[in-house]
Each structure stands twice: as C-alpha cells, then as structure tokens.
Design a protein around this ligand. Structure first.
Ligand code: FAD
Ligand code: UDP
Length: 365
C-alpha cells in the first residue's frame, strides 16, 4: 500500500512526489511515456541536450522557486532572445526598440511611441475583447500583421479574434534596446539539461514507466490512499461533459553535419505560408561548441485522441466545459488534480512548481 499514487512524472508530479517522500510518505509515480519528466525531458544527441518536447527556458521572479530548482542543477546565464523571420525579413523579439528600428527606422523611444500611437489612433475600439484587439492596441497593425497574426493563427489553429487576450500579454513591449524575451529576474538553462532536475526530484522514489493509469484504473486506485493526477482532467471523467480542446505539436528533429545552422536557439516563422512556427537549435541553449548541430521544426496541429496534448485552449467554450470538471474535482477527497493538463492552464515551469508546492502545503499543513 502506498500513501500516494502519482499519475504523471512531469514537474507537478515529480515535485509533489519529492516533497511527500521527504515527509516519509510512500509514493509510486507512474507515467505512460517511456521516460520521466513530461515535457521538460531532454534527449542527448551528438553531445547536445535536445529539448525533446520544444524549447524550455526557465524563468521566474520568485527567489524561492529559483532556489528550489537550483538544488538540483547549475543554471547557466542563457537569456532567451528569439528572432522572427517574416518572409525573409528578420526582426528581434520581443517587441522592443530593435524591432521598432527594423520596422520603421525609428531611433528613439519618443519616435517609437509616436509611431505606435499613430498606428493605434485609427482603431475603432479601446477595450480589447480578444487576442487580435489586445495585440492591435498594444503595438498597432504593422507589428500585428508581420509578427503576431499569422504566427498566432498557425500556433492555435483559429482566428486571433477567437482567442483570449491574455495569451499575447505573455510578451513584453518595451522602449529600450533589450531583446530579453522575459521580464523575470531569474532566467537560465540547467547545464546538462532538465533530466537531472527530474532525477533529483525522483531520487529514492519508485517510478513505473510505459504505464497508463487508464489501462488498469481500478488496480491503481486500489494501490494507494490518495491519487495525485496530472493527466487530462476530461479524460479522468471519461469526457462526460465533452472533450476539452488541446493544441498539439509535431516535432521534427534533425541532426546536421554543420556546427551552426541559424546562429540562435529560437527562430520564429511569423508568416502564414511556412507550415512550422519555429525552428529550435538546441546547442545554443548551452553555448555548445560541438561539430554537429541538432535542430527541431515545430509544426502545430490539433491534439487528437492519440497525440500528445501540449497547450490547453482557454477560450470561452472550453473554459465553460472545464469549470464543470473542476466542480467535480473539488468534491474528490482522495484525488489531487494538478499541472497543465489537470488544471487546464497555460502554466510555465515555474508556475507548475509553485502550484505543486502549494498542493504540498495544502496537503501536509
Ligand atoms: P507534463 O510535463 O505534461 O507532465 C504530465 C505527465 O503525465 C506526462 O509525462 C504524461 O505522459 C503523464 N500522463 C498523462 N496522462 C497519463 C496517464 N493516463 N497515465 C500515466 N501518465 C500520464 N515552460 C517554461 O517555463 N518555459 C518554456 O520555455 C516553456 N516552453 C514550452 C514549450 C512547449 C512546446 C510546451 C508544450 C510547454 C512549454 N513550457 C515552458 C511549459 C512546461 O512544459 C510546463 O509548464 C510543464 O512541463 C508542465 O508540467 P506538468 O507536470 O503539468 O505536465
Ligand atoms: N506570439 C506571436 N509571435 C511570435 C511569438 C509569439 O504572435 O513570434 C504569440 C502567439 O500567440 C503565442 C503567444 O504569443 O501563442 C505566446 O508566445 P510564447 O512564446 O510565450 O509561446 P510558447 O512558448 O508558450 O509556445
């Protein structure tokens, strides 16, 4: 008999397991994938740590969370500064003085602010109702067309008018020459990749891989006093209120016989015609000097029954369905729901860790 059966070895499940284990609780972690770590898992190819499920850059403003992950790995000084390629034109991201200069030739913050004010002045609304209106109000139609609209519509597979405004607020807009994609105080990549963090969290804990909770649900539920569930919440309830939509991705990894393919870890393709959203060149996360390089094309797609769900699509319709599942989950006394899939939230790593640590506090206090 275990105290906790933890379904999913991503960051939520691993942090919960680690903290429960420290308190002397007996835990079993299961994962349907062949490896632990969920989406932060890295594969080592040609000496390069390949972020197997897309680029993962750790960033947080919370010193407690930063210290927490630094227990398990040494972080380097990597700062994410993606480049956007729009029909062969290159622009710096996020939207900053470099971008404004490249677009309009403006050289001072005053000129850039005036240009954006002029662009926004013709808009027929001032309270954004969706992502498109939010983006137009933030940066105006030129940037919206070249750097936001098509990338967003490829990424999410729907019109930017149907998407919630909060998604675009993830990106800073600044009037300094600063290409740092994040505003957070702490940022970096674990030297040697993310697996060591997961290994550190799961040290001394029993883990069963290639094991799907739903293949033997009653058996697993009978094994432990409580379940920590980090899979899809709609699947847990057998889709009784309908299936929640998730955006999927297809990753195409290539090893190339050259040392430097694109000169940057992340290049976004912001036009409508290019079928992928971005190309990741993994060695640049750790300033690698290997002879070869590994790149990954990210092709967005709808997540189906047999493909991995990566992004919850938090539009009004899904939110209404999720709220029904959430109400059920709140009545469960023996199940804790957590993480990107069970909470149906667009969580970054630091937020998932914070959420898991809160679940630990709620459980043990
Ligand atoms: P997951 O990592 O999804 O783990 C859930 C685990 O549960 C999986 O291993 C899954 O196999 C397992 N599971 C599900 N159902 C079952 C079942 N029935 N039986 C057994 N096991 C099951 N965050 C950042 O901070 N910075 C970034 O740069 C960043 N980039 C990202 C890029 C992409 C493409 C994606 C998709 C996410 C990115 N994130 C980033 C977010 C980050 O991946 C998540 O915040 C974090 O991994 C979520 O952890 P989790 O434990 O909630 O979920
Ligand atoms: N986005 C965009 N253009 C870009 C990059 C991002 O319009 O070049 C928008 C897009 O809607 C995306 C959102 O900003 O979904 C958040 O971007 P982020 O890089 O945070 O996405 P993630 O890393 O989570 O895929």
């Amino acid at each position: 008999m275990y105290d906790y059966l933890i379904v999913g070895s991503g960051l939520f499940g691993s942090v919960f397991a680690h903290e429960a284990h420290k308190k002397g609780k007996k835990c079993l972690v299961i994962d349907k994938r062949a490896h632990a770590g969920g989406n932060v898992y890295c594969e080592n190819i040609a000496g390069i740590n390949v972020h197997w499920y897309g680029a993962h850059i750790f960033h947080t403003n919370d010193k407690g969370i930063w210290d927490y992950v630094n227990q398990f790995a040494v972080f380097n000084r990597y700062t994410n500064s993606p480049v956007a390629n729009y029909k062969g034109e290159l622009y710096n991201l996020p939207f900053n003085m470099n971008t404004f200069y490249q677009l309009w030739g403006v050289k001072t913050p005053e000129e850039a602010q005036a240009k954006i004010a002029e662009q926004i002045s013709s808009l027929p609304f001032n309270q954004p109702k969706n992502l498109e209106e939010q983006a137009l109000l933030l940066v105006g139609p030129d940037i919206y067309e070249k750097l936001i609209k098509h990338y967003t519509e490829k990424q999410w597979g729907m019109s930017a008018k149907e998407l919630p405004a909060f998604i675009i607020k993830r990106l800073p807009v600044r009037f300094t020459f600063d290409n740092n994609y994040f505003n957070d105080k702490y940022q970096g990549i674990p030297e040697g990749g993310y697996n060591q963090i997961i290994d550190g969290l799961l040290k001394g804990i029993e883990v069963k891989l290639d094991t799907n909770f739903f293949d033997h649900r009653a058996y697993f539920e009978g094994l432990a006093k409580k379940v920590v569930y980090t899979g899809k919440i709609d699947e847990y309830y057998d889709h009784r209120f309908g299936a929640l939509d998730y955006r999927g991705l297809r990753f195409e990894h290539q090893t190339l016989d050259q040392s430097n393919f694109q000169g940057n870890a992340v290049v976004n393709y912001t036009d409508a015609e290019t079928p992928y959203t971005r190309i990741i060149e993994h060695k640049h996360f750790e300033f690698g000097q290997q002879d070869k390089t590994v790149i990954t094309y990210e092709y967005p797609m709808m997540a189906g029954k047999d493909t991995e769900p990566y992004y919850p699509i938090n539009n009004d319709q899904n939110t209404a369905v999720y709220n029904q599942y959430k109400a059920l989950s709140q009545q469960e006394e023996k199940v804790i729901f957590g993480g990107r899939l069970a909470e149906y939230r667009y969580y970054d790593m630091h937020q998932v860790i914070a959420s898991a640590l809160k679940a630990v506090r709620d459980e043990f206090n």
